[in-house]
Design a protein around this ligand. Sequence first.
Ligand SMILES: NC(=O)C[C@H](N)C(=O)O
Length: 486
Amino acid sequence: MSLFDSRISDVHNRLNNKELSVSELVEASLARISATDSALGAFLTLDEEGARAQAKKLDAALASGEERGLLFGLPAGIKDNIVTEGLRTTCASQFLDNFTPIYDAEVIHKLRSAQSVTVGKLNMDEFAMGGSNENSSYGPVRNPWDTTRVPGGSSGGSAAAVAAGQVYFALGSDTGGSIRQPAAYCGVVGLKPTYGLVSRFGLVAFASSLDQIGPITKNVEDSAYVLQAIAGHDAKDSTSANVSIPDYVSSLTGDVKGLRIGVPKEYIGQGIDPQVKERVLEALKVFESMGAVWEEISLPHTEYAVATYYLLASSEASSNLARFDGVRYGVRADNPANLMDLYRRSRSEGFGSEVKRRIMLGTYALSSGYYDAYYKKAQQVRTLIKRDFDQAFEKFDLIIGPTAPTPAFKLGEQVDDPLTMYLNDIVTIPVSLAGVPAVSVPCGLADGLPVGLQIIGKPFDEATVLRAAHAYEGQTEHHKSRPALA
Ligand SMILES: NC(=O)C[C@H](N)C(=O)O
């Protein structure tokens, strides 16, 4: 068994018993990265020196018996749209190729307090726009289960790095599925928290009303640990919720007897691969065997979710990305004739084609004369989608379905077809628009590729989502299957 197959609590026991040191953990992570990353392309920046120095410090703390943080000594990878002081942060965009932040995101600050070790920054779709990691300026990430396939996106590097045992856990960000879909494709656990639970301070904004940071891990218990470390109110993020944070780790132990589960017929109907549907139905049987009850429900506005998302997310992106003008950050066009020329050329040369597509779409939707028909209408539909969830949660504790309609597809298969690419998020996007929490857990294979089960909960009820996921995991072996490259 590899070091990276054991749970956080097991690693902590071994550190306690002096069977293992933090330096050994960090060396194992760096060795694994050097052995596998030329095949995967998960890392954009490695901080070997920083990681080794931090490991030394933590080993000294261990020897002196100081109190330890929740994630003590665990090598972690960070999606490259989360700013890290002194460590290059590119958002996988050539626009930010030379950008080194001068401060840490709040989640990085929290990881520091929890005493994990950041080993580097992870590849992604440029500015988190994409579902395959093929929109990175630095080349795609490959799926550790089959390197001819995509790892999903936009947190593809985060999911692949965890699946391949390069790091213990990773942070990703999810706007319309970017944590859950790559977690599903790579056979790992990906949690998108309730909007507002985790601070967005220092997350490079894509669509501010949707973006959330969350953990990608090998199992549900570890997910609870990482969430525990990063959740909580932050005055620096005006949308951060001031709610009390439960003990996620200890609430894992309850059972799921009597839990009421709704299964939207729209999530297992047309467009869903039959094998994916089969795996979901098998998972529901496991829940039944544990005493939960489920019935089919309807979330009637599901069919409008993808269109609504691409109007709203692109509108917000067009506004957020206005700050990349060639003056304030990153790359600047050579010898501009005047200020307009500097803006125009820096943006034309700096952004990739998907980012440009979203900026144009969003600018169009927000422009006068079209605003009411597109942006405002999409906001109204978002409310209807949110109401579907509110109504379902009056009767049910959880909603369950697949995370993605198919398993991982081949590299290159959908790059020229943005609409097909957008439809991969058909069952993650409604959850994002409603702002509710959801986790993707492995629920078996289809043609040798992982399938993800999506467990969706009430706002700020991550404890129930994780408890159900943990109970399911305890009854199955799916999370133990490992990719060829692990
Ligand atoms: N960012 C996300 O959550 C993924 C989604 N596929 C998008 O491109 O917007």
